[in-house]
Write a protein of this length. Structure first.
Length: 299
């Protein structure tokens, strides 16, 4: 089995990580870290320069690096210098400038966040049997996914909301009619790509949960695609900004989201790596987004 990979996001900087089963810790790609901290457009060259300086200064950081084969931008796996969290902090402190302080804070505190805990649970969905036991396209399927992702984190995990919510000037389906709305969505056909996307868009408009809708519904979408078309979405091929704009437009014009999803379809439905990376990007889409709030009484 290939090692467990994770793609973290510091702002919009992708930071690759690989799980060491023996040491029970994550190892992070150093070139990604120095790129995120320095802002260099050529992070690989920046790291090579740093390594040269460290050797001359007798810095022991290099002796603690391990090389793992990580997926590169061209899709190939390449040997990559990696360090665990503790050693990364020392590396960042040895870098010039003070840009490393917020990164270290993100690195050290991030593992305790609700989003990270939920994401770890999402990783376990691959191969644990839950998704295989669900009936794709049903409201119950979506509820069970949500309950699994956020159980123990939200007291409303898996529960259909009873309050109205909105984002910006857009109000989602009224809670009073939500039960009927979900029943109607469940009856929508899902035999073709267009039908599946239409169902996905309608479920997004319904927004059945107080929080965590996007993360649960993207998994729900992939289950329908796998069951009916033997395809799934390679979410890493969809830009965050383009996706969010397309979803905002989708209630009145779904052409943009259809084009994005169609262009990212793949037949690698059994790929563990693709699933894990899809979870990482799905959670990345939700980062820095304003929480949904109950709309004003006039809505």
């Amino acid at each position: 089995m290939s090692p467990k990979l994770s793609f973290r996001f510091y702002g919009d900087h992708e930071v690759r990580a690989v799980w060491d089963e023996v040491g029970k810790q994550w190892w992070f790609a150093v070139v990604d870290v120095v790129g995120a901290v320095s802002g260099s457009k050529d992070a690989r060259n920046y790291w090579n320069v740093l390594k040269s300086r460290f050797r001359k200064a007798g810095n022991e950081t290099l002796t603690k690096c391990k090389r793992f084969r990580l997926p590169a931008a061209d899709g190939k796996r390449r040997l990559t210098d990696c360090l665990p969290q503790k050693e990364l902090v020392g590396l960042i402190e040895a870098m010039p400038g003070r840009n490393g302080v917020p990164f270290v804070k993100w690195l050290v505190s991030g593992e305790d966040s609700l989003d990270v805990k939920s994401r770890e649970k999402a990783y376990a969905l691959f191969g644990n049997g839950l998704l295989a036991a669900l009936k794709p396209g049903t409201a119950e399927c979506l509820q069970q996914i949500h309950a699994y992702l956020f159980g123990g984190l939200y007291d409303f995990a898996g529960q259909i909301r009873t309050v109205n919510i909105a984002k910006g000037n857009f109000a989602f389906a009224p809670a009073l009619f939500l039960e009927n709305t979900l029943a109607q969505i469940e009856r929508m056909p899902e035999g073709t790509f267009d039908e599946i996307v239409s169902k996905y868009v309608e479920m997004n408009v319904a927004h059945p949960f107080r929080e965590g809708n996007g993360r649960a519904t993207r998994i729900w979408l992939d289950l329908m695609l796998k069951a009916n078309l033997k395809r799934c979405v390679d979410w890493s091929r969809i830009d965050k900004g383009a996706y969010l704009r397309a979803m905002t437009e989708s209630p009145t014009d779904s052409r943009a989201i259809r084009a994005l999803l169609c262009g990212a379809l793949t037949d690698r439905i059994d790929s563990r790596e693709l699933f894990m990376k899809g979870i990482d990007y799905s959670y990345y889409y939700e980062s820095d987004e304003a929480a949904l709030e109950p709309p004003p009484e006039s809505v």
